[in-house]
Ligand binder design. Structure first.
Ligand code: HEM
Length: 328
């Protein structure tokens, strides 16, 4: 009896050790830092070079390229399904929330550059993840190591995009539920929302807050009235196409301004404003506005890695697409 207890105890220790080691290795999700070290050692350098080239001529694509990785990961996981084309317009990219996505050609450009050096090795899903990090750095944001080893999916479905992408009208319960459902925390929610420090929005994404909040031609009482006046100049009633900067003045700089903006009740979307409706997210927002509590840069890297692990395909699952817009 004593013997079998000892064996059981040792076995348990071995299992725990294996688990801890596998975590340190970037598993159990199957990703690891430097996955292409042997098979395509220059992969990340090639991505960076191409991103830097694009940034030098089209810096406004930084936000768009960061957003692409988020929209990829929230629908079927980070497996490149957001990039697939459908001849019948039934792919994720055809869904309304994805119709404002930009930067697809840049991804194609990066992928071609990588394919030239190492054909059939680097997935489109990994290209999206590395590009997201590189545009963060290119806009003066934090550097973080990107885990790689994702493979590409073969399915992209319009309905799944509609069901999984959280709308800008979401309140705090919906936001929290949307993130928790993906295995991401409330902290990941507030940290990753800080991605809105770069980039633009179309008026259509928040017009209701300016002109018809409850169907009575009213404005959103949680949005700073002075800011409403300014936004109304940029966005006329019913205007779908004009664009505004989400972090006016430093739209091309990745910084902590987003939290100051939200704190001043100038977050552009209801989903930004909603971060003041929960004690954990509100505390985080307030801490980031003070110099002593500023942790955003470090937190952003951690949360991006968390997001990058969502439902990944690894090992023999999926494929390495040759061209990101079509399955092999
Ligand atoms: C929390 C839920 C989120 C909602 C409801 C949301 C919603 C939106 C909306 C409506 C836009 C504007 C689209 C347009 O009209 O062109 C936008 C833009 C953007 N979002 Fe989010 N977002 C969320 C989370 C995130 C996350 C997690 C990231 C990345 C970490 C992110 C990064 C961006 C960026 C960079 C842009 C600017 C895109 C551009 O310049 O084209 N968002 N988001």
């Amino acid at each position: 009896m004593a013997n079998s207890m000892t064996t059981l105890f040792v076995l348990l220790q071995v299992i725990i050790l294996a688990f801890v080691l596998s975590l340190a290795n970037g598993q159990p999700h199957g990703l690891k830092i430097g996955f292409y070290e042997k098979t395509c050692p220059d992969a990340e350098a090639i991505v960076k070079k191409t991103v830097d080239q694009v940034m030098s001529v089209a810096p406004s694509l930084a936000g768009a390229l960061l957003r692409l990785h988020f929209h990829d990961c929230f629908v079927r996981g980070c497996e490149g399904s957001v990039l697939l084309n459908s001849p019948t317009h039934q792919a994720e990219k055809d869904a309304i929330p994805n119709q404002t996505l930009r930067g697809f050609q840049t991804i194609d450009k990066v992928k071609s550059a990588v394919e030239k050096e190492c054909p059939g090795i680097v997935s489109c899903a990994d290209v999206l993840a590395i590009v997201a990090r590189d545009v963060t750095v290119a806009t003066m944001g934090p550097f973080y190591e990107v885990e790689t080893g994702r493979r590409d999916g073969r399915v992209s479905n319009i309905t799944e995009a509609l069901n999984n992408l959280i709308p800008p009208t979401a309140n705090i319960s919906r936001l929290k539920a949307g993130f928790l459902q993906k295995g991401l925390s409330v902290k990941d929610l507030v940290v990753l929302s800080g991605g809105h420090t770069i980039g633009i929005s179309h008026c259509s994404s928040f017009n209701n807050r300016l002109y018809n909040f409850t169907g009575k031609g009213d404005t959103d009482p949680t949005l700073d009235p002075e800011y409403i006046t300014r936004l109304k100049i940029a966005c006329k009633p019913g205007d779908q196409n004009s664009i505004v900067e989400m972090d006016p003045g430093s739209v091309r700089t990745f910084d902590g301004d987003y939290f100051r903006i939200v704190d001043k009740r100038r977050g552009l979307f209801q989903s930004d404003a909603a971060l003041l409706d929960d004690s954990e997210t509100k505390t985080y927002v307030e801490l980031q506005t003070s110099t002593h509590g500023y942790t955003f840069f470090n937190d952003f890297g951690v949360s991006m890695v968390n997001m990058g692990r969502l439902e990944v395909l690894t090992g023999n699952s999926g494929e390495i697409r040759k061209v990101c817009t079509v399955v092999n």
